[in-house]
Design a protein around this ligand. Structure first.
Ligand code: UDP
Ligand code: MG
Length: 315
């Protein structure tokens, strides 16, 4: 059985459409499935839509978060609730083409343990966002040591991988974790569709925050930059000291206070930036060490009807 995990935040219009599109496709291809909708603290009727749907259809699980915890947490909750032999994570807005799930599933049947969706083209995004995304991915790819450009959360994972990810205590970045774990991988290319309804949940500020937090959770490179800066400063200070000494010896006094002020301010700002970077890592350690749950589920719904009951009736 394939678990379809769908994080949803203010997607009341998309729930039913996503279910119908994906479910009919899987049914046509004889792929047994369950659907796990995670309502990530929506302010609209998303959870009501999920509840209604689960009353009508089989094999639907709805998890309702107590507030908005973010897509990463929603994915974690979905993976923890998945019962399938493999699980696929897909956006509710159908920007990830559902027909690719079938292709992914066939690859899984051939023995691949992680099938990644790779974006051929980013759909229509704000100019700012696509530039931002480009910079973000090139930075994070370089820092984290693997190419993450064009990767997305659209992935199919084998049960083994789901179990491994479920047992990881850290707050991760799903894309990077599923890369980090290794396993036999295959990729499927897809074009990003237009969002069918509603709007993107990402603000530019949100994206920047997301970028910084992900870079810091996958790389200690910024801290190494601090060390590198220290060495550069050392070299500069040696040059300046020699220069100042020579001036002193030959009896030529240095130019007034300006030099001193510039140097002091320069060193001061480098130290502050460095402290900031280190502080950021300490904050992350603090976050992790508190050990708070990644999400809180306030209620769940499950379809009363189960596939196996239906099968029993036919016997
Ligand atoms: N999403 C979520 N929690 C959030 C933001 C988004 O669960 O805090 C879900 C959203 O409902 C959708 C998916 O994550 O299913 C992708 O979100 P969106 O389409 O807004 O992002 P984009 O496609 O613009 O990257
Ligand atoms: Mg989207």
């Amino acid at each position: 059985m394939l678990s379809v995990i769908i994080p949803a935040y203010n997607e009341e219009k998309c729930i039913r459409r996503a279910y119908i599109a994906i479910h009919s496709l899987l049914a046509e291809n004889n792929i047994d499935s369950e659907f796990i909708f995670v309502n990530d603290g929506s302010q609209d009727q998303t959870y009501k839509m999920i509840t209604e749907l689960s009353g009508e259809k089989e094999n639907i699980i709805g998890l309702n978060f107590s507030r908005n915890f973010g897509k990463e947490s929603a994915i974690s909750a979905g993976l923890a609730a998945a019962n399938g032999d493999c699980a696929v994570v897909i956006d509710c807005d159908l920007q990830h083409p559902p027909e690719k799930i079938v292709e992914m599933y066939r690859l899984w049947e051939q023995g691949y343990e992680i099938v990644e969706g790779i974006k051929k083209e980013r759909g229509q995004e704000k100019k700012m966002h696509s530039i931002g995304a480009k910079i973000f991915y090139s930075v994070i790819s370089r820092m984290a040591g693997f190419d993450m450009a064009n990767s997305s959360d659209f992935k199919l994972l084998d049960r083994k991988v789901v179990d491994v990810i479920n047992n990881m205590p850290e707050r991760g970045f799903f894309r990077a974790i599923s890369y980090w774990v290794g396993y036999k991988k295959a990729t499927v290319e897809y074009d990003v569709n237009m969002r069918v309804d509603g709007e993107s949940k990402w603000s530019t500020r949100g994206l920047v925050k997301y970028a910084i937090s992900n870079i810091s959770s996958y790389s200690t490179a910024p801290m190494q930059i601090v060390t590198a800066l220290g060495f550069v400063m050392l070299v500069i200070s040696v040059i300046f000291s020699v220069w100042a000494l020579i001036d002193k010896i030959i009896g030529r006094a240095l130019e007034g206070m300006t030099t001193v002020i510039i140097i002091t301010i320069f060193i001061g700002s480098i130290i502050m930036i460095s402290l900031g970077i280190i502080g950021y890592y300490i904050a992350r350690i603090y976050e992790e060490i508190k050990g708070r749950p990644k999400y809180i589920i306030s209620s769940t719904v499950k379809s009363a009807k189960k596939n196996f009951i239906a099968v029993e009736q036919y016997k």
